[in-house]
Each structure stands twice: as structure tokens, then as C-alpha cells.
Design a binder for this molecule. Structure first.
Ligand code: ATP
Length: 235
């Protein structure tokens, strides 16, 4: 069962310097959902996540999170409201070991997972606790990147292409992790190029093109929209 709207994005526009990248994004996420932003390379999906997280200098429109307007809030303020971004490049510190990486992001709210709860979700991280960031496989790095935001108390997770560059068996594990996080009550906004993967975890989808949402589907209307999806994504 999903709750009410937790994230409501209206006419979100954003710029990198002089480059106008987002041209009026409109979409929403309900509490407890997994929502996926689909779209080709360069459509503006990553920029959308960064803009929501307060990481782009110039942005206009409205982003309401937990009934608060955050379009002008700083990243720190947004993090303290319980939102976290797991970036595409993962951001694992090579010179730190797994434990140090896990403990790095500050706890921003009560309710974060304990290390024991994290190891229950990611048993191989426990085995690798003393391994340096550089020694981890891509899959382990991705798991660590997700694991450490769970410690912070964030309940709204934005995951930017968590499957990128990973082997099919690891992608499947990431899928199980996302499904598990959903049952634990987390809300997830996912950016994903792999439609087939997305369809194993998402409740709803938005298609992004040229910095705008051009369409939206729920799982129930997927079959009826195969042709459109093919046109949008080439899948
Ligand atoms: P991808 O899967 O390639 O990341 P995307 O949909 O996430 O695709 P974005 O990364 O949001 O796309 O990029 C949207 C547009 O913004 C692209 O045209 C890209 O070239 C541009 N862009 C991205 N980062 C920067 C930056 N730091 N400075 C200037 N332009 C940027």
C-alpha cells in the first residue's frame, strides 16, 4: 500500500552554468513506491536527481518533499529531511576500507539502519569489512554505496543507474536489494537505462526526453504501451 505524495516536482528547470538542461520536469512519487526515470543518454535524468538534491546552482519551479518546498534549500538541508542520492559514479573512497566508507556519511535523522542490519542486507560487505575501496568489485562498490546511505536515516533514496557496468547476476542482486528496501518502507526514485531491469522493480515509470517528462506509465499499462516504449527507448 502506498502513502500519499512524498515528492512533487512541478515545472522544474535547471542549468549548468549557461546551459539550460531541464525545461520543465513534472512528476511525482508516492511514499513507498519505486518510480523509475527512463530515457536515452543525455535526456536529463541525472540532472533531475541532482537538481532535486539541491546540487545545481540555478534551478526554478517547485520541488515539494514531505510537504515542504525545497527548490531553494541547500543539499545539507535536503539531506536532513531524509533524502539521499546514490550517484552514478558511486563515490567510494579508494583509500578507505569498507567500514570507513560505511561510517563516512553523517547520520542525519533517527531511524537509520545499524551496521548489523546493513550486514543482514549485504552479507558480503561484512566479509569485506577491512578491504580497501580499490579492492572491491563494481558490484561490491555499488552495494557499499547503497548501504552507507541506509545508515544515515534517509528514507527517500535516489539511485542513479545502480546496475551500470555490472554483470547480470549482480544486477539481479541489486534488484532483490531494491525490492527488499521497498518492503522495509523506503521510497525509491531510480534512474535506469535498462528497461527490463527497471520493470522487475518499479511501480511506475516516467520517460524523460530533452529535459522534460514526455510520458508516464504504471506497470498495469506497460503491455498497452509497448510500441511507445520502443519508440522512446529503442527497447
Ligand atoms: P546519462 O545516462 O548519460 O547520464 P542523463 O539522462 O542522466 O543521461 P544528464 O547526465 O542529466 O543525462 O545530462 C543532460 C544534459 O546535460 C546532457 O546534454 C549533458 O551533456 C549535460 N551535462 C551533464 N553534466 C553537465 C555538466 N557538469 N556541465 C554541463 N553540461 C552537463
Amino acid at each position: 500500500a502506498h502513502g500519499g505524495t512524498i515528492l512533487d516536482v512541478k515545472n522544474l528547470q535547471a542549468w549548468y552554468g549557461e546551459s539550460h538542461i531541464l525545461h520543465g520536469m513534472n512528476f511525482n512519487v508516492n511514499a513507498g513506491e519505486v518510480v523509475t526515470l527512463l530515457g536515452r543518454n543525455g535526456a536529463g535524468k541525472t540532472t533531475t536527481l541532482k537538481s532535486i538534491m539541491g546540487m545545481l546552482g540555478k534551478r526554478t519551479g517547485s520541488v515539494r518533499f514531505s510537504d515542504r518546498e525545497i527548490i531553494r534549500a541547500t543539499s545539507d538541508e535536503i539531506a536532513r529531511l531524509g533524502m539521499a542520492l546514490c550517484p552514478e559514479e558511486r563515490g567510494i573512497f579508494a583509500s578507505l576500507d569498507v567500514r570507513e566508507n560505511l561510517l563516512l556519511p553523517p547520520v542525519v535523522r533517527p531511524g537509520g539502519l545499524t551496521l548489523d542490519q546493513i550486514f543482514e542486507l549485504f552479507p558480503n560487505l561484512k566479509e569485506r569489512l577491512k578491504s580497501q575501496g580499490t579492492k572491491l568489485s563494481g558490484g561490491e562498490q555499488q552495494m557499499l554505496a547503497i548501504a552507507r546511505i541506509l545508515r544515515t536515516g534517509a528514507s527517500f533514496l535516489m539511485l542513479d543507474e545502480p546496475t551500470e557496468g555490472l554483470a547480470p547476476v549482480i544486477i539481479q542482486q541489486i534488484g532483490h536489494t531494491i525490492a527488499r528496501l521497498k518492503t522495509e518502507g523506503f521510497t525509491i526514485l531510480l534512474v535506469e537505462q535498462k528497461f527490463r531491469f527497471a520493470s522487475t522493480v518499479a511501480d511506475r515509470y516516467y520517460v524523460v526526453e530533452h529535459g522534460k517528462v514526455i510520458d508516464g506509465f504504471s506497470n498495469a499499462d506497460l503491455a498497452a504501451n509497448q510500441d511507445k516504449l520502443h519508440t522512446y527507448l529503442g527497447v
